[in-house]
Design a protein around this ligand. Structure first.
Ligand code: NAD
Length: 471
């Protein structure tokens, strides 16, 4: 029953399905779908023991309809050209869906990161950046990487430093990569942005009674039973906000070493502390160890959040999935075939290209911050505070009442960078969901993946319409 089409073919299948529902010329649709360029290169790593190992790396730039291109860099043993092209294409559609003015890109190095020391990882990252620089595949106006599987702010700091060293006259050098540490030109809220974006998206999805009724669910996140696969950057933050701010019950957690469940709800921070201490989520007090890792994906729950890697749900296990909503926190965790099957079974699959777009959205804010060379909120915070205090004073005079100092500091607080970032992220996720939902309602019977792809195609086609085709 399981088909063997590649990840890139899966993304293109989804594209074709959506493209059929538009009336753009075939040639334009082919241009939107085509991958602009992909490079495979090798470079040597001197290991700590003095031996030399050849590294295989890729960078794909899917679309130049907007520049720079943008997309993460992953370190994983199964990285290959097809996967990098698929992820680059997804980035193009993702940026369009959330109105981030970038083309899509993706990169990767074929390594299991945990088999390398920190010094080796630094040498790999810096040499990778150097190779991208030589090939014109990195720069604030060209191509801007970010983290992905097994990379984070530490690697982004090495990339930024390497680029700045190679391009000393580029005043915007810090904009060559995003998700840097805040002290090195990063932005508050980027680390948790993808997970927070998933929280904002699911809160919106679940708030609409009209959409929850066919799933036999009550509106709202409160009390929804959630299972999360992958407690890395994305999965951990999504689980944390859903539990702490949404009031959801985390009834199952799935990690590389195994899965645990607790129908009454797990406290994510406690499980993280237990995993840090013991090296495993298993044997968490009060929770049940599941027989095997992937049984976690089949737990009885309302929302399943696969946040590890692609193809977690295929036709092999889809018939046993019991969730009513699947939020594709990872990229490509549900195969195209399984996604169609689940949709026909009445399961709502909220697609990756929308739901995990919080990361690239806040990366966009970071890039803007790097280009404007000033922290968000720095110019207006005190001005806003003074203006609000004056209004409160006027209200006190007019009404004869007085506010406490605590009330005044609360009402008259000027926005910090994190407030503005979260506000921009929330606005982006909520607005994009309604755009997709509106497309879904216009085309009877389609799923959210097709609706989001139609939304992306419309936006990209509009760019080509205005710009024309060069020359
Ligand atoms: P990460 O490396 O921080 O975390 C991945 C986690 O998944 C790790 O804890 C790992 O142990 C776990 N894992 C791996 N294989 C597993 C398996 N078979 N079962 C259960 N757990 C498993 O990576 P991340 O940055 O959180 O990215 C995860 C996914 O989200 C990737 O698909 C990535 O492309 C996507 N994504 C990431 C971002 C971002 O901002 N980091 C943004 C959008 C999408």
């Amino acid at each position: 029953m399981t088909s063997r089409i590649s990840f890139f073919e899966q993304v293109n299948t989804n594209f074709d399905r959506a493209a059929e529902m538009t009336d753009y010329p075939r040639g334009l649709l082919e241009q939107i779908k085509a991958i602009n360029s992909v490079i495979h290169f090798t470079f040597p790593l001197k290991r700590d023991d003095g031996s030399i190992q050849v590294m295989h790396a890729w960078r794909a730039e899917h679309s130049h309809h907007m520049l720079p291109t943008k997309g993460g860099i992953r370190y994983a043993a199964m990285v290959n050209e097809d996967e990098i092209m698929a992820l680059a294409a997804l980035m193009t559609y993702k940026c369009a869906i959330v109105d981030v003015p970038f083309g899509g890109a993706k990169g990767g190095v074929k390594i299991s990161a945990h088999e390398y020391s920190e010094r080796e990882l630094e040498r790999i990252t810096r040499r990778f950046t150097f190779e991208l620089f030589k090939k014109n595949y990195i720069g604030p106006g060209l191509d801007v990487p970010a983290p992905d599987f097994a990379t984070g702010s530490r690697e982004m700091a090495w990339i930024a430093d390497t680029y700045a060293t190679l391009a000393p006259h580029d005043i915007n050098a810090l904009g060559c990569v995003t998700a840097k540490p805040v002290e090195q030109g990063g932005i508050h809220g980027r680390t948790e942005a993808t997970g927070r974006g998933i929280f904002f998206a699911l809160r919106e999805v679940c708030s609409l009674g009209h959409d929850m009724r066919p799933l036999d669910l009550m509106p709202g996140l409160e009390g929804k039973r959630v299972v999360v696969q992958g407690l890395g950057n994305v999965g951990y933050h999504a689980a944390k906000y859903l539990e702490e701010e949404g009031g959801a019950l985390i009834v199952g957690l799935v990690e590389y070493e195994g899965a645990i469940s607790k129908p009454g709800g797990l406290h994510v921070e406690d499980v993280m502390a237990h995993r840090k201490e013991t090296g495993s989520v298993l044997d968490f007090p009060g929770a049940e160890n599941l027989e095997h890792r992937d049984a976690g994906l089949e737990l009885d729950c309302d929302i399943l959040i696969p946040a590890a890697l692609e193809n977690a749900i295929t036709m092999e296990n889809a018939p046993r999935v019991r969730a009513k909503i699947i939020a594709e926190a990872a990229n490509g965790p549900v195969s195209a075939e399984a996604s169609t099957y689940l949709h026909e079974r009445g399961v709502m699959v909220v697609p990756d290209a929308y739901i995990n777009a919080g990361g690239v959205t806040v990366s966009y804010f970071e890039w803007l911050k790097n280009l404007q060379h000033v922290r968000f909120g720095r110019m207006e915070k005190r001005f806003e505070e003074k203006a609000s205090r004056q209004i409160l004073n006027a209200i006190e005079h007019a009404t004869g009442t007085s506010f406490s100092e605590a009330e005044i500091s609360d009402f008259a607080r000027g926005a910090d960078e994190i407030d503005l970032v979260n506000s921009g992220l929330e606005e982006t996720m909520v607005k994009a969901y309604h755009q997709i939902r509106e497309v879904k309602q216009r085309h009877q019977g389609i799923d959210l993946r097709t609706a989001s792809m139609i939304s992306a195609i419309h936006k990209i086609a509009t760019v080509y319409k205005h710009r024309g085709i060069f020359p």
